[in-house]
Design a protein around this ligand. Structure first.
Ligand code: C2E
Ligand code: CA
Ligand code: CA
Length: 595
């Protein structure tokens, strides 16, 4: 049997000492050590010592305090200045306690009194110094690193950017900052589990690192947010070029996990120093605002910062702040928009639309609802809408104002659908308000159910089993409308306003709307055409058998008193749609309805 051999550690020692005799003596002491092999080299003065130190070939340095004109402490100071990381151990004569203290202050790893040296003491001091320094370096890099991906973390990004700006200022360079946020990462995490999510983040980290140059810094800021500092980009346009390169790389990377049928995309914000912000905070805010803009422009794209984005970001954060107290401050209300039967003009339902009056002024839902979704407030708002509208409907039901089959449509956002609590919330509210579940129709958009279709499906199936109806909102605007129709328990299709518009404007629009109506008939589904604004559109839809219509032509969204008036006039047999609508706070125009 071969004897067991353990490779002995090899330690490269630099000794800086003006006495050659002392060097030989120290070397001989180290030769007596059994635990490791020491490879010693000698520098006889300050200058050659410093040069050898800067070469970075050594594991540890022993330096004598007496170096002729200079001192060991001077050398420590120079090493510290140059960013030397190997441990330096000071050798001093007896009675030099003050020197010891100064040396420690200058970052000496330890100090030894020359005339007390022994092999054991030297070995132990060197070993401890190296271990301590290794630990320190590990801790320092851990404090700079994101533990999952090994990229720089947020703290390090700021520190790096500060230094990069200082350098760029001196050399008149231009820097680029990219903010990158993955699209639909949360859904992938939810659907495939956290380990798949982690794998994806690591893949992206790797891909980002290979998309940039050595001197650039890639950081993970947390979650699915990354940032890149592009050093010395030459022209500001180059930052945009790199953003595009990253989008291409992400688009052509293999899916994670391999069974994931959905492509991961990214929204990237691009900002350039100095033109978009003078310091680290400002430039990062600019890149963040540009990223938000990329997200709101349909994701999977990049946007370069423009001045107006700051104002938008500011407004967004104000909205976010005020929205959180909107319920408590009683600033929310619901507008009801009636849906009419094409043939009879009877009211067939109402869609509940959330309204927010902030400091006396209405805020556009297209503005505040995305903010609510992003900051997690949509759950509370959605629940408020559902409760308020259901109890209003129950009230009308008790007053005998609701004919059979007249429904309440409530919009459900993506977040409500994917956070797993929709079934419980809807059931609770139906129980509390006592509204008949068959009165309720939940409007979901396909972006809402995207990726998480299976989980969403289970909840939606349970809801339909209770009698709740499901409508697919904005039909035709997404990519997977048809597959949704087949996979989710949907009873109603809402043809998006853009198609209603185009049906009379061009042939393909007309074909699309006719096709949708035919498809719905074949599948036994109900159809509501949204956003009917002109008599021309109304006639086209009616001639092609669209059963239900909703739009400004027929009735604007209105408050509950006005909606009640519609119900009463309908009850009296007056075609509601011939009555004047009482205006919505946001839509003061009185609309005369058709048919
Ligand atoms: P949506 O679900 O597609 O709602 C229809 C929107 O079209 C409403 O805008 C309505 O006022 C508007 N509209 C109706 N008829 C016409 C028309 O003839 N012409 C035009 N130009 N517009 C018409 P609104 O109330 O501003 O809501 C915008 C979006 O905000 C809604 O689109 C919906 O996605 C979202 N939203 C509104 N209320 C809620 C809510 O309670 N929860 C959630 N999650 N989203 C809501
Ligand atoms: Ca809707
Ligand atoms: Ca819609």
């Amino acid at each position: 049997m071969e004897p067991l051999t353990i490779a002995r550690q090899r330690i490269r020692v630099l000794l800086i000492d003006d006495s050659e005799a002392d060097y030989f003596y120290t070397q001989s002491l180290l030769e007596d050590v059994n635990e490791a092999d020491y490879e010693c080299s000698w520098a006889c003065d300050y200058q050659t010592g410093l040069e050898a130190l800067l070469e970075g070939r050594h594991d540890v340095c022993l330096v004598d305090q007496n170096l002729g004109a200079a001192t060991g402490v001077d050398l420590l100071a120079a090493g510290q200045e140059a960013g030397i990381t190997i441990p330096i151990i000071m050798l001093t004569g007896t009675g030099e306690g003050a020197v010891d203290r100064e040396a420690m202050g200058r970052g000496a790893a330890d100090f030894l009194t020359k005339d007390m040296l022994s092999s054991r003491l030297l070995e132990r001091t060197i070993r401890y110094a190296i271990e301590r320094r290794r630990l320190q370096v590990d801790m320092e890099s851990a404090a700079k690193q994101d533990s999952l991906t090994g990229l720089a973390n947020r703290r390090h990004l700021y520190a790096f950017l500060g230094d990069a700006i200082a350098r760029a200022r001196r050399s008149n360079h231009v820097l680029g900052v990219l903010f990158i946020d993955l699209d639909h990462f949360k859904e992938i995490n939810d659907r495939f589990g956290h380990s798949a999510g982690d794998r994806l983040l690591k893949e992206v980290a790797c891909l980002l690192t290979t998309s940039v140059r050595q001197g650039d810094l890639v950081a993970r800021l947390g979650g699915d947010e990354f940032a890149i500092i592009l050093d010395n980009i030459g022209s500001p346009d180059n930052a945009a070029g790199i953003a595009q390169k990253i989008l291409d790389a992400i688009a052509s990377s293999p899916p994670v996990p391999p069974t994931n049928p959905y492509r991961v995309g990214a929204s990237i914000g691009v900002a350039v120093w100095p033109q978009d912000g003078g310091d680290a905070d400002k430039i990062i805010m600019a890149a963040d605002a540009a990223m938000y803009c990329a997200k709101s422009r349909g994701r999977n794209n990049f946007q370069c910062f423009e001045g107006a984005m700051h104002a938008k970001a500011q407004r967004r954060s104000e909205i976010q702040g005020d929205l959180s107290t909107a319920i408590a401050k009683n600033e929310l209300s619901i507008a009801y928009q009636a849906q009419f039967a094409s043939q009879t003009g009877q009211v067939k339902g109402f869609e509940a639309l959330l309204r927010w009056t902030r400091g006396g002024r209405p805020v556009d839902p297209a503005e505040f609802i995305p903010v609510a979704e992003e900051c997690g407030l949509i759950g509370d708002l959605g629940e408020w809408v559902l409760r308020t509208a259901c109890s209003q409907f129950r009230d009308w039901e008790m007053k005998g104002l609701l004919p059979r089959g007249l429904t309440l449509a409530v919009n459900v956002s993506a977040h409500q659908l994917t956070d797993g609590g929709l079934l419980a919330t809807v059931s609770r509210i139906l129980n509390q308000t006592g509204l008949d579940p068959t009165r309720l129709e939940l409007e979901i958009t396909e972006s809402a159910a995207i990726l998480n279709i299976d989980r969403a499906k289970d909840e939606l199936v349970s809801l339909t089993q209770r009698g709740v109806r499901i409508a697919l909102d904005d039909f035709g605007t997404g990519h997977s409308s048809l597959s949704y129709l087949l996979r989710l328990p949907i009873q109603t299709i809402k043809i998006d306003r853009s198609f209603v518009q185009s049906c009379i404007e061009n042939e393909s629009g007309a074909v699309l709307v006719k096709g949708t109506l035919g498809l719905a008939r074949a599948l036994g589904m109900n159809v509501v055409a949204e956003g009917v604004e002109s008599e021309h559109q109304r006639k086209f839809l009616s001639d092609n058998g669209c059963p239900i219509m909703q739009g400004f032509l027929l009735h604007r969204p209105c408050n509950s008193a006005a909606a009640e008036a519609i119900l009463r006039s309908d009850e009296r047999g007056e075609a509601a749609a011939t009555g004047q609508s009482l205006p919505d706070a946001r839509a003061p125009r009185t609309v005369r309805a058709a048919a």
